[in-house]
Ligand binder design. Structure first.
Ligand SMILES: [Ca+2]
Ligand SMILES: [Ca+2]
Ligand SMILES: [Ca+2]
Ligand SMILES: [Ca+2]
Length: 352
């Protein structure tokens, strides 16, 4: 390499290192409402925790701009943060106290396929990052004993807290999980899709020791991006796996892969007025890509299932597959995020 070429290369590297930092200052108004511009989309859901013990929570959130942020309540970077990964992050962070010191570490998967685990001081947890070799959109699922479940292109993986494969794992899967695994009562459930081909998806269910349940996987007629919910709908100790698919069906299956009476039920599809553009191309406007939320909304002792669709409607079905009175509600755009159920009914919409 020529002498000046070395100089140019050094300048480029210095510039890359300096320019990389997303040093956009947060803006706060007099009411204390703050926002901060990132250089690319934030798909990730934030998680809050009071790491420094001052009574005010800090916030972790990742972005496609390449950064994983740890900020204070006024959105200011904490020392040693943010973290950088070349292709950024789609995945939402999860918290787990991997070293059992009483303070949770932050877990996230990157677009470049690496599973990170950081301490509050910014140090990597021993054994991390782990290279899964394919983009990670799913969020880590934290199991008992600080084990972490996450799928990659052909395997469902469960790691122990040192980043080593847990006994019985990984297990082979068809497709790739966009969705986050559901875990409860010793069961793990996961939906998968086929990158580049919307015609195939699967639902898997295992015991936490890696044993595949009889009747699983079930091949779906189209992709699924919907992270399953697990619920004991009848209060009799029998778990149901609840998830949507890209054909617009909401499934409720038992642990033998039998659909519950009254299910599956389907979204209504096209409606008058502007129709959201299905994604990916060839996708389906009926798609239920959001994750179902399950709660007894009216306090009558029976669960309802709330989930939105690409058709721009928010649905609430009862535990027998009947729409609840007043539902679905038409909204202005497709719904791909999951409802938060509390005293109020919350969903996030993409800008039209
Ligand atoms: Ca704090
Ligand atoms: Ca810890
Ligand atoms: Ca899809
Ligand atoms: Ca109810």
């Amino acid at each position: 390499m020529c002498r000046w070429c070395h100089w140019v290369a050094a300048c480029v590297l210095v510039c890359l290192a300096a320019c990389r930092h997303a040093a956009v200052e947060p803006v706060c108004d007099s009411d204390g409402h703050c926002y901060r511009l990132t250089a690319d989309a934030v798909i990730s859901s934030p998680v809050a925790w009071d790491w420094d013990g001052d009574g005010i929570k800090e916030i972790v959130v990742s972005s496609w701009d390449g950064f994983f942020y740890l900020v204070d309540h006024r959105l200011r970077d904490l020392p040693g943060w943010p973290k950088w990964s070349g292709k950024g992050f789609f995945s939402s962070p999860a918290l787990a106290d991997l070293d059992t010191d009483g303070t949770p570490e932050m877990l996230v998967g990157s677009e470049a396929g690496r599973r990170f685990a950081w301490r509050f001081d910014g140090a990597d947890v021993a054994g991390f990052p782990i290279d899964l070799g394919y983009p990670i959109w799913a969020s880590p699922t934290v199991l008992d004993a600080q084990r972490i479940a996450i799928g990659d292109r052909s395997r469902m993986r469960v790691f122990d807290r040192d980043g080593q494969a847990a006994a019985g794992w990984p297990q082979p899967i068809e497709g790739w999980p966009d969705a986050t695994a559901a875990a409860g009562r010793g069961i793990l459930a996961l939906t998968t899709l086929t990158p580049g081909d919307v015609s195939k998806g699967w639902i898997y269910a295992w015991r936490e020791n890696g044993e595949l349940l009889d009747g699983y996987p079930v091949e779906l007629k189209m992709d699924s991006d919907s992270s399953p919910a697990l619920a004991d709908l009848d209060g009799k100790g029998k778990l149901w796996i609840i998830f949507g698919d890209d054909q617009g069906w909401l499934h409720v299956m038992d642990l033998d892969s039998r659909e519950r009476a009254g299910f599956p039920v389907r979204s209504r599809g096209p409606k008058p007025g502007p129709t959201p553009t299905p994604h990916p191309p060839g996708g389906n406007v009926y798609s239920i890509e959001a994750s179902p939320a399950v709660a007894d909304l009216e306090g009558d002792g029976r669960y309802e299932i709330a989930v939105g669709s690409w058709d721009g409607r928010m649905y609430v079905w009862d535990d027998a597959g009947a729409l609840r009175p007043g539902w679905p509600v038409v909204v202005e755009n497709q719904i791909i995020s999951s409802a938060a159920l509390g005293d109020h009914f919350l969903i996030a919409l993409q800008r039209a």
